[in-house]
Write a new protein. Structure first.
Length: 157
């Protein structure tokens, strides 16, 4: 393990208010960058998040409640976002085979390739504009800690 410099130690012992400002600033920069990429495609960050969750989901689709739970949003809000994505021909909904009262959301045929292309562009922009100031190891550590804080890290104890 490498030794931290005095300056690095001071940064790690920063007051909680300064840490909060740093987190907010980083979030704002990431959000602005994603918006710059997604806006010309006619997508909002929440629509992109829904597309990502559906892309990662089951081939038969995901229920509105499953999407809402994953994104910590209300089912009513997710219904609105899905409706917008339907009008843009990104997703479709169909009645669940298991429960006729429930609808499932899945990607329209061919949209998976579009999602992969958008993801590649977002990753490229993040690498160039944001992540270039840290090493791969630092980024991996940051993402691992972030997932742990969010309660979503399968590698955490």
């Amino acid at each position: 393990m490498t030794q931290l410099t005095t300056q690095q130690q001071r940064k790690l012992a920063m007051p909680t208010w300064r840490a909060g400002i740093a987190m907010s600033s980083a979030h704002r920069q990431l959000k602005q960058l994603k918006q710059q990429i997604l806006e010309p495609l006619g997508l909002t960050p929440m629509q992109w998040a829904v597309l990502g969750v559906v892309y990662d989901g089951e081939p038969a689709g995901l229920s509105f409640s499953a999407i809402a739970n994953e994104l910590h949003a209300t089912p009513a809000f997710i219904t609105s976002v899905v409706s917008d994505l339907e009008h843009k021909d990104f997703v479709k909904r169909k009645t669940s085979d298991k429960d006729r009262r429930s609808s499932m959301v899945s990607l329209v045929k061919g949209v998976d390739k579009k999602v992969e292309g958008i993801e590649a562009e977002v990753r490229r922009a993040l690498r160039v504009d944001i992540y270039s100031s840290v090493s791969r190891q630092e980024l991996a550590t940051f993402l691992s800690v972030l997932l742990t804080f969010a309660g979503d890290n399968p590698e955490a104890n």
